[in-house]
Ligand binder design. Structure first.
Ligand code: FAD
Length: 492
């Protein structure tokens, strides 16, 4: 007879802790007692402000009103990421959340675009994507007849604060206190309780580790192990600073490559989040701070803060009676803003597999195997940006260009270069559209494309391509500016 699970303890109250608390309380909370322990003495990582579109599904599931949460978190809309100087110095492309062109059964639109190129129809791949064109024009609107795929830039601290109130209203108990000891059952090795600095003991049947990089439960107590990915993802440091707004917020994140890393710029309604992600082997903290300071636009409103991290993953996301979510489960790289998404998908997976009647090894294995696929796919997509650089101007970029990459990614790049085909792996959270936008954006033009693209004669092809491009341009023309729409829709 297995022990039923009734008492869930969440350790840590950053984005991960409160996302988990909110989802548990709203979706399966009636059957559980949920306690979250966090310490005001230990700050959250304080970054993590760009998201990807599935966050909207998470909010819908929880019944969170979009305008309300956007107002509460000073949020802006995000249509994608602009990559500057990644393929080559002075090159630029946007990886947007939109679909490019129209696909058919045999292949996606890029086959038609490639055929068009051969036939002399010279237009950018991005000209056929509504979201990408809207981003370039700094425009945005939510219209019934023209769906738009988007995510948010939001203030991470305010987001956790919003979810805390949401969770507490649904009955989650928050305990303030520093976890001093994680206690284990001597027979099973399961976690049985947490001892706080005050001496209070918090017992539980199931624990969710959201304590950030330190992984207090999953690593320090359960010694789960960590797989390092620094040979594929060389950046291990970041410096972050907030600045005053000096121009209308762009509806996209900027990711600007520098000599030994890249800079992010995330516009909120009231300020801009900036940071430089860099590799300490090629750049000191002081150099990174200086580079960031030289490349920010508004006056600084916080002091530059250095954050150190290891890229990689905890060997098991679920170990014994503990699941790690957020930074305690590992960290890939902030480049494609995937961490908050991985928290969300971890929470949803856990809710679907939740062991009310007791933990079975098969449940743990299922969780971990789905997590493996998801992490590997995200890792490959992010490594792609570094590996496919053409830059050789600094030791860092030369290293990225020539480094070994996972065989799964090696195959994907080769397949695209040789044939123009992209097939997704299990667990990939990015669509073929994302892969092609980045591959082409980085400067890879395939040698072949699917012959289906030749079904149209030259005139038909020209008409097809022109009318699509024009209808996108016309639709974008009619949109209000992003700033105007924000003001009307969700002014904070
Ligand atoms: P933390 O924010 O570190 O929270 C840990 C919590 O645990 C805190 O509440 C703390 O008080 C508590 N705690 C720790 N120890 C104890 C203890 N002993 N007792 C009691 N409580 C304790 N993600 C994105 O999706 N988009 C981005 O744009 C993005 N950018 C990033 C940029 C950088 C440079 C970095 C490093 C990360 C970025 N991330 C991004 C990741 C994102 O910041 C995290 O996934 C997210 O903030 C979740 O963090 P967390 O809740 O796991 O950890």
């Amino acid at each position: 007879m297995k022990d039923k699970i009734k008492n869930v303890v969440i350790a840590g109250g950053g984005t991960a802790g409160w996302m988990a608390a909110a989802a548990f309380a709203k979706l399966i909370g009636k059957n559980l007692n949920i306690t979250l322990v966090e310490s005001d003495e230990i700050s959250t990582v304080g970054v993590g402000e760009a998201t990807i579109p599935p966050i909207k599904t998470f909010h819908k599931l929880l019944g969170i009103n979009e305008q309300e949460i956007m107002r509460a978190t000073n949020a802006t809309f995000k249509l994608g990421i602009e990559f500057e100087n990644w393929g080559l110095q002075n090159s630029k492309y946007i990886h947007s959340f939109g679909a490019t062109g129209k696909e058919c059964w045999a292949g996606e639109f890029h086959h038609f675009w490639l055929h068009g190129l051969r036939k002399g129809i010279k237009a950018d791949f991005g000209d056929y994507c509504y979201e990408l064109q809207a981003a370039k024009a700094n425009k945005f609107a939510l219209l019934n007849n023209t769906p738009i795929n988007y995510a948010y830039h939001l203030d991470a601290t305010l987001y956790a604060k919003y979810l805390r109130k949401f969770s507490e209203n649904l009955g989650v108990t928050r305990l303030e206190g520093k976890i001093q000891q994680v206690n284990k059952d001597s027979k099973t090795g399961n976690i049985s309780s947490l001892t706080l600095a005050s001496g209070q003991v918090v017992e539980g049947d199931f624990f969710i580790d959201c304590t950030g990089f330190r992984g207090l439960l999953i690593e320090q107590a359960l010694h789960t192990g960590f797989d390092h990915w620094s040979h594929w993802l060389p950046c291990d440091s970041a410096v972050a600073v907030q600045t005053k707004t000096v121009s209308a917020p762009k509806p996209y994140t900027r990711a600007i490559a520098h000599n030994s890393g890249w800079q992010w710029q995330i516009p909120l309604q009231n300020r801009v989040g900036n940071g430089l992600v860099f590799c300490s082997k090629y750049c000191s903290d002081e150099e990174a701070i200086a580079t960031l300071k030289q490349n920010i636009e508004g006056e600084m409103i916080t002091e530059p803060r250095v954050i150190k991290f290891n890229t990689g993953r905890r060997r098991k996301g679920w170990n014994k009676n503990c699941v790690a979510l957020g930074l305690s489960s590992g960290f890939i790289e902030p480049l494609e803003s995937t961490s908050i998404h991985l928290i969300m998908s971890g929470v949803i997976r856990l809710l679907r597999l939740f062991p009310f009647e007791g933990i079975c090894q098969s449940t743990i294995d299922e969780y971990n195997s789905k997590l493996d696929s998801e992490l590997n796919a995200v890792r490959d997509f992010i490594v792609l940006h570094y590996k496919t650089t053409e830059r050789e101007d600094t030791d860092f970029w030369l290293h990225c260009k020539t480094m070994e990459i996972p065989p799964s990614l090696q195959h994907k790049i080769k397949l695209f270069k040789e044939t123009g085909r992209v097939f997704l792996d299990d667990g990939d959270i990015f669509r073929v559209d994302s892969w092609t936008q980045v591959l082409i954006g980085q400067g890879i033009i395939p040698e072949q494309y699917h012959t289906i693209a030749e079904v149209m004669n030259d005139k038909e092809l020209e008409h097809f391509m022109h009318s699509m491009k024009n209808s996108i341009a016309n639709a974008v023309e009619k949109l209000p500016s992003h700033a105007e729409f924000l003001d009307k829709y969700c002014k904070a």
